[in-house]
Design a protein around this ligand. Structure first.
Ligand code: ADP
Length: 500
């Protein structure tokens, strides 16, 4: 009996050796979602002053999951007030070794409840369960473990300096890695002795609200972390609040620029982690099969909703045609669909708005002369889905080569020499990340020295570790998250003895 008779081949997949995957859905019964959520202020869930709520939907089904409070100016004021009281009364004076115990507790709870967090992350955001289960939640827990370790050792991180927390940190995070971004922001802030007002993104608020419950369970003193949900205006209210001592933002470059202006005018320290348009550079001497996997992972991981995504493939001209052929063959095997299915590689686009932007930019790319390839995979009838896409013959002047798509779309450009690769890679307003594939170590070092990118991966891509600093240059922002460097923005440091 042929394989095809046992496993019906999915529509559009080539016949022959292709085995179809039986559905392997993760059960959603592990999470319980309330009909409505208030704001998490001073250790309690509270009604928003305005009484306004907004819906959060599952991008994979378009079904409403819950109604969530929209925080206004008065709500932000209450949250900042609670954070200030907690800073002055409890968290600021608390010895680092005591703060560390809370951070360790949070980390352990995240591990214990990892399945619940992963399923909720996938339901609310649309990312494949295998990513939220194997990447997002474990890394979020790892960040809390890592920074718990620093809480009582801050003087060793900054030798010769007297360090002090800044006070109340206002933090705004995006929707692409909701729990990971929360951990990147909250863990170092708390370890350094600050209190927090966090605003999650409006399309993915649910895991932050589950995190609020977790904080109640671990007995974190009220007001140390406050979570104010809402959209742009809620974020603006936080940025504008005079009681905030430090701002941290991850999101679009346009919003980041606005926040920078306000922060500068008010003299508040700010860190910005903004967009990217990474060059993923493949030389003819690279291990080609590994490079194909790396490029696929670099752009289609998390539907390409990744600021450091390898969205511009720069491939050496001598191998360009065969490399792109291999990419297409590999892309045809990528499974697109239900994010809760454990076999899914590419899940749902986070929102209809983002889907419209991706669709528009791909249309522009084709109109400007790029050649479009999309595998003939079926897409679910409902939900926000987009076929993983390769645009080849892209020119540097094309919008698709210059603008961040934040979707599963790879633009292919070519180069002949390392110098040309560097020039093309750096020909972007962004400077977050880059990837290099070559078997020559000296070429990696030569390239890495010249690339304007905060992170350069060599013969791999999308590697994250809490001990490793992450951040950009140019319009990708400034400041680092992760590692010892990630503590610095949350501390003021004076030379030892310089503080009275
Ligand atoms: P995207 O366009 O990818 O959604 P944004 O930069 O708009 O990225 O969103 C990132 C985060 O910034 C979200 O939490 C969002 O609500 C918030 N945000 C949007 N506009 C503003 C603003 N003007 N001030 C502060 N925060 C904002």
């Amino acid at each position: 009996m042929a394989n095809d008779d046992i496993h019906p081949v999915a529509k559009g997949q080539s016949r022959g050796f292709s085995l179809d995957y039986a559905p392997a859905p993760e059960s959603a019964s592990v999470v319980s979602i309330a009909d409505e959520y208030g704001l998490f202020i001073d250790g309690e869930f509270a009604e928003p002053e305005s009484g306004e709520l907004f819906a959060t939907v599952s991008p994979a089904t378009e079904e409403r999951l819950s109604m969530v409070a929209s925080g206004g100016v008065g709500d932000v004021d209450r949250a900042v007030g609670a954070a200030r009281r907690a800073y002055d009364g409890v968290w600021g004076p608390m010895p680092g070794r005591e703060r560390a115990k809370y951070l360790f507790r949070i980390a352990r709870q995240l591990q214990e409840r990892a399945r619940e967090f992963a399923v909720l992350e996938t339901l609310d955001g649309g990312k494949p369960i295998k990513e939220s289960r194997d990447v997002d939640i474990p890394l979020a827990a790892a960040h809390f473990f890592y920074y718990a370790g620093w809480a009582d050792k801050l003087e060793y991180a900054f030798p010769g300096r007297d360090v002090a927390p800044r006070g109340v940190a206002g933090q705004i995070i995006p929707w692409n890695f909701p729990m990971m971004m929360l951990a990147w922001k909250v863990a170092p802030a708390l370890a350094a002795g600050n209190t927090v007002v966090l605003k999650p993104a409006e399309t993915t608020p649910l895991t932050a609200l589950l995190f609020a419950r977790l904080l109640q369970d671990v007995g974190l003193p009220p007001g140390v972390v406050n979570i104010v949900t809402g959209a742009g205006p809620t974020g603006e209210a936080l940025v504008d609040h005079p009681g905030v001592d430090k701002l941290a933002f991850t999101g679009s470059t346009a919003v980041g620029k606005r926040i920078q202006k306000v922060a500068l005018a008010r003299g508040v320290p700010v860190t910005l982690e903004l967009g990217g348009k990474a060059a993923h550079i493949v030389f003819e001497d690279a291990a080609i099969d590994q490079a194909v996997e790396g490029v696929i992972n670099g752009i289609y991981f998390n539907q390409g909703h990744v600021c450091c995504a390898g969205s511009r493939l720069l491939v050496q001209e001598s191998i360009a045609e065969s490399f792109v052929d291999r990419l297409k063959r590999r892309l045809a095997t990528v499974r697109v669909g239900d994010p809760l299915d454990k076999n899914t590689d590419v899940g749902a686009i986070n929102s209809s708005r983002q889907l419209a932007r991706i669709t528009e930019l791909v249309e522009v790319g084709v109109a400007e002369g790029a050649e479009l390839y999309q595998p003939d995979c079926g897409l679910p009838d409902r939900g926000f889905f987009f076929r993983p896409t390769i645009l080849s013959h892209v020119e540097q002047t094309h919008r698709i080569a210059r603008e961040e798509v934040f979707g599963p779309v790879l633009s292919v450009l070519t180069f002949r020499t390392p110098e040309e690769a560097v020039a093309k890679a750096n020909n972007t307003p962004y400077g977050l990340s880059a990837g290099i594939w070559t078997e020559k170590g000296s070429k990696i070092l030569w390239m890495a020295d010249r690339l304007d990118a905060g992170i350069v991966w060599a013969n791999t891509y999308n590697q994250f570790d809490p001990a490793s600093p992450f951040g950009g240059y140019k319009e990708s922002g400034f400041g680092r998250e992760g590692g010892m460097h990630g503590l610095a923005p949350y501390l003021s440091a004076a030379p030892t003895g310089g503080r009275s």
